[in-house]
Design a protein around this ligand. Structure first.
Ligand SMILES: Cc1cc2nc3c(=O)[nH]c(=O)nc-3n(C[C@H](O)[C@H](O)[C@H](O)COP(=O)(O)O)c2cc1C
Length: 216
């Protein structure tokens, strides 16, 4: 049986807007902290290279956690029923359409914060669409992702391992491959990253390179 459903939150199920510039997604619940600064440095690099980017703060989006009901597997359009009730689909548009992506996040208990993980879990419906040969998911271009993670602990070999593994497979659904990953330890107070000139330079340079690569 085919059920006709209205567009999600006034947005088409797949991106139709101007997503011609890199998407920069800052994923900390804390406003004005290190993840936001990392995003700002990266954007500054893009700007210096003559480019533009789109900034998203994950905390500004209402995202309900996955219920594990797998109703998306039965939905004619492969959509999660919660997409009518929150703003997760708007944020997924960036992953569907942006030519490259920068994600910055803190480490919370050796992983990403709950809000970010909730969004990641909600990608299950997109994962299933891809598995089921959805033409839009199948045709997504291979694109680069740049990851920046910060953590308060000054040490720890495996501090970023869990988050990076999850991000690799989350992004794979959307045909992103992690081209660069930057991790900074001992970053705890909201202004710690600002005080690290190496981080600033690395991220500005990464932003410039990302834009140059796109426009090459
Ligand atoms: C709930 C919570 C859990 C945290 N867990 C860890 C952790 O497991 N390892 C660590 O090194 N830092 C941990 N931190 C510290 C944050 O990673 C650190 O403060 C980071 O700089 C915050 O980034 P932000 O400024 O972008 O919010 C935690 C902080 C909070 C609030």
């Amino acid at each position: 049986m085919t059920v006709s459903r209205p567009p999600l939150n006034g947005f088409a199920p797949y991106a139709t807007g101007d997503f011609s510039s890199p998407a920069v997604i800052s994923c900390s619940p804390r406003s004005g902290g290190n993840s936001d600064d990392a995003a700002a440095f990266f954007r500054e690099g893009i700007r210096q290279a003559g480019g533009r980017s789109q900034l998203f703060f994950l905390r500004d989006f209402s995202i309900h956690p996955c219920q594990g009901c797998i109703r998306c597997a039965q939905d004619p359009r492969g959509e999660c029923y919660l997409s009518d009730q929150d703003q997760s689909a708007q944020l997924f548009q960036a992953l569907l359409a942006a030519p490259s992506i920068f994600i910055s996040s803190p480490i919370y208990f050796y992983h990403v914060p709950a809000q970010f993980k909730a969004w990641i879990d909600r990608s299950q419906s997109y994962y299933l669409r891809k598995e089921n040969q959805d033409p839009v998911m199948q045709k997504l271009a291979a694109r680069p992702a740049i990851i920046n993670l910060v953590a308060g602990r000054p040490q720890g070999e495996r501090l970023f391992e869990g988050a990076l593994l999850t991000l690799k497979y989350f992004l794979k659904t959307f045909n992103f491959h992690i081209q660069e990953q930057h991790v900074f330890r001992g970053i705890d107070n909201a202004d710690d990253l600002r005080g690290r000139s190496d981080a600033r330079e690395t991220l500005i340079s990464a932003g410039s390179h990302a834009w140059t690569q796109l426009s090459a």
